[in-house]
Design a protein around this ligand. Structure first.
Ligand SMILES: CC(C)(COP(=O)(O)OP(=O)(O)OC[C@H]1O[C@@H](n2cnc3c(N)ncnc32)[C@H](O)[C@@H]1OP(=O)(O)O)[C@@H](O)C(=O)NCCC(=O)NCCS
Length: 166
């Protein structure tokens, strides 16, 4: 794992495309041609909040994190409100490497990085029709806090206290 740079953006976008194709083949309409787009990934890397995971064959994972919360999060009855909060976004694993525990490793890395950066709680959201992502966050001990609506549909919001992060 290492910090993503602007030189990674094209490879990250190729990873996004593979994930979107794979999600569509499985009937998951969470991401599309509109999001996550180049502007979003470039902003992630400019703000030094994005990490890439590499394998021998190239880039196979990505995760972004930062303090900025979507306006919709204001409507969610979060339980963990003490301390600085980080939001994890755009977690993805190359479909060729999915199901081998890499998302768990990426999440563990992101949580540890957030803790050492001074954050105390994590928030994130996942599409109601994305069973693999929902299962992952539940399995990692995230608490469901509510539901919000984004452009592509309903999303379940999750939170976790970092003091107990793995
Ligand atoms: C969601 C995603 C990141 C998971 O990555 P991954 O590397 O396959 O995840 P892991 O191998 O760490 O497995 C996580 C859990 O999901 C489980 N899982 C695997 N396939 C599953 C499926 N089809 N349905 C439900 N759970 C599934 C695994 O068994 C594991 O659970 P376990 O610990 O109980 O065995 C990956 O599928 C992905 O990149 N999807 C496209 C982008 C995306 O949806 N991102 C999430 C945005 S909220």
């Amino acid at each position: 794992m290492r910090l993503a740079t602007c030189e990674d953006v094209d490879n990250v976008l190729a990873l996004v495309r593979s994930c979107v194709d794979h999600m569509r083949r499985h009937g998951i309409e969470q991401w599309d041609d509109v999001y996550p787009d180049r502007m979003t990934i470039e902003a992630d890397t400019r703000q030094c909040e994005a990490f890439v995971a590499n394998h021998e064959t190239g880039l196979m994972g990505y995760v972004a994190l930062g303090a900025c919360q979507d306006p919709e999060y204001a409507e969610v009855p979060w339980e963990f409100t003490a301390g600085p909060t980080v939001v994890i976004h755009r977690l993805m694993v190359d479909p060729a490497y999915q199901g081998r525990g890499y998302a768990k490793l990426l999440m563990s890395f992101a949580e540890k990085h957030a803790l050492t950066s001074g954050y105390r709680t994590v928030r994130l959201d996942a599409f109601v029709g994305n069973p693999r992502a929902l299962h992952l966050y539940e399995r990692l001990g995230y608490r469901e806090a509510g539901t919000i609506r984004h452009r592509t549909g309903q999303f379940r919001c999750f939170e976790r206290e970092l003091a107990e992060a793995r």
